[in-house]
Design a protein around this ligand. Structure first.
Ligand SMILES: C[S@@+](CC[C@H](N)C(=O)[O-])C[C@H]1O[C@@H](n2cnc3c(N)ncnc32)[C@H](O)[C@@H]1O
Length: 283
C-alpha cells in the first residue's frame, strides 16, 4: 500500500493534482519529508530560494554534526563494504591516470571515502597527495579517521582557494549541492583553484534538458538545496575552460523523484570525465 501511494504521488499525474490542493505539499513536508533520510521536496528557481524554503523546515547546510556522522565512518569493518556501482568508472580511469607524484583534489570528498576505496584496489602509492575539501564538521571527522587508519597520503581542508595544485579533480556527488559551481554570480569551482587540473571527474550529477531547477533534500538533522543543471550550461562551463568530454556514463543506482512533480523525475544521474586540451594547457 505504501509503495502504491508513493508511486502515485511521485510518478503519476495524480501526484501533480494532489500537489495543487492548498496546504497538502506543506503538510507532507512537515510530517513526512522532514523526518526522512534523502527525500526531495519542491521546485525552486535558484539556490537562494531553495535555501529559504529549507530554512522553514529544518536546519540548513552540510556543515552539520548529524550528517557528518553518517558520512564519516568511525569503525573499521572486517569485510569490504559495498559502494555505488558508478564509482567503478572513476576507479578505472584513475587506475590509468595516477602517476608517481600526482595530486588529487577531491571536492566534497567527505571523510576521504573514495581515498579508502582506491586503497582497497591498490591504486595509491607514494609519492602521491590526495587532498579533500569539505565542510568543517566532516573534515574534523575525516582527519580523526585517517589518523586512526594511519593513512599517509591524505590531507584535508575547508577552503577550495587554499587547496594544493592538482592534476586530477574529483567532484563525486557534490557539484549539485554547491551554491555557485559554474561561476554565474562569482568565482565558480574552476575559477577558485590556482591551476586548472588536466583531468576532471564529475560523478553522480543531476542534469536536465527541461529547464534548470533547484529542489531541497533532507537528511533528518539538516536539509540542503539540490540543483538539476541545464545540460547545455553544465557542458559549456567545462568546454569554455578548455576541456573536452572524454567519457560519460549513467549512474543507475541513484534516481531523483520529487513528490507532486512527476514530470521532473530523473531515472538516473550521470557521470563525466573531462580532459583539458593540450592547446588550452599552454594558455
Ligand atoms: C553526497 S556527499 C558525497 C560524498 C562522496 N564524494 C561520495 O561520492 O560518496 C556530498 C559531500 O559534499 C560535501 N559538500 C557539500 N557542500 C560543500 C561545499 N560547499 N564545499 C565542500 N564540500 C561540500 C558534503 O559535506 C558531503 O561530504
Amino acid at each position: 500500500m505504501k509503495n502504491v501511494l508513493k508511486a502515485m504521488f511521485m510518478h503519476s499525474q495524480v501526484g501533480s493534482w494532489v500537489g495543487k490542493i492548498p496546504g497538502v505539499p506543506q503538510f507532507y513536508a512537515r510530517t513526512v519529508w522532514s523526518k526522512r533520510m534523502n527525500p526531495f521536496f519542491g521546485l525552486y528557481g535558484s539556490f537562494e530560494d531553495a535555501e529559504r524554503a529549507a530554512t522553514d523546515l529544518n536546519h540548513v547546510g552540510w556543515n552539520d554534526e548529524g550528517i557528518a556522522r553518517v558520512l564519516v565512518h568511525e569503525e573499521t569493518h572486517e569485510a569490504p563494504q559495498p559502494f555505488q556501482t558508478s564509482q567503478f568508472a572513476v576507479l578505472l580511469w584513475l587506475s590509468k591516470l595516477l602517476k608517481s607524484g600526482s595530486t588529487v583534489l577531491d571536492i566534497g570528498g567527505a571523510g576521504g571515502i573514495f581515498y579508502e576505496i582506491c586503497t582497497r584496489y591498490d591504486l595509491l602509492s607514494m609519492p602521491l597527495r590526495w587532498h579533500v575539501v569539505d565542510m568543517p564538521e566532516t573534515v574534523k571527522r575525516g582527519i580523526a579517521r585517517h589518523e586512526e587508519l594511519k593513512s599517509t597520503m591524505i590531507t584535508f581542508g575547508t577552503d577550495l582557494a587554499e587547496a594544493p595544485m592538482s592534476s586530477i579533480m574529483l567532484m563525486l556527488g557534490v557539484i549539485q549541492y554547491l551554491p555557485d559551481p559554474l561561476g554565474e554570480k562569482g568565482p565558480g569551482v574552476l575559477e577558485s583553484v590556482e591551476t586548472l587540473p588536466s583531468h576532471i571527474f564529475v560523478n553522480k550529477v543531476s542534469l536536465t534538458d527541461d529547464g534548470e531547477i533547484w529542489t531541497i533534500q533532507n537528511y533528518i538533522t539538516t536539509a540542503t538545496p539540490y540543483r538539476f543543471f541545464s545540460r547545455k550550461k553544465f557542458m559549456a562551463y567545462f568546454e569554455s575552460h578548455g576541456y573536452r568530454l572524454r567519457d560519460r556514463w549513467l549512474v543507475p543506482e541513484i534516481s531523483v523523484s520529487i513528490p507532486f512533480h512527476p514530470e521532473r523525475t530523473l531515472s538516473c544521474l550521470e557521470g563525466f570525465y573531462f580532459e583539458r586540451q593540450p592547446e588550452a594547457q599552454t594558455q
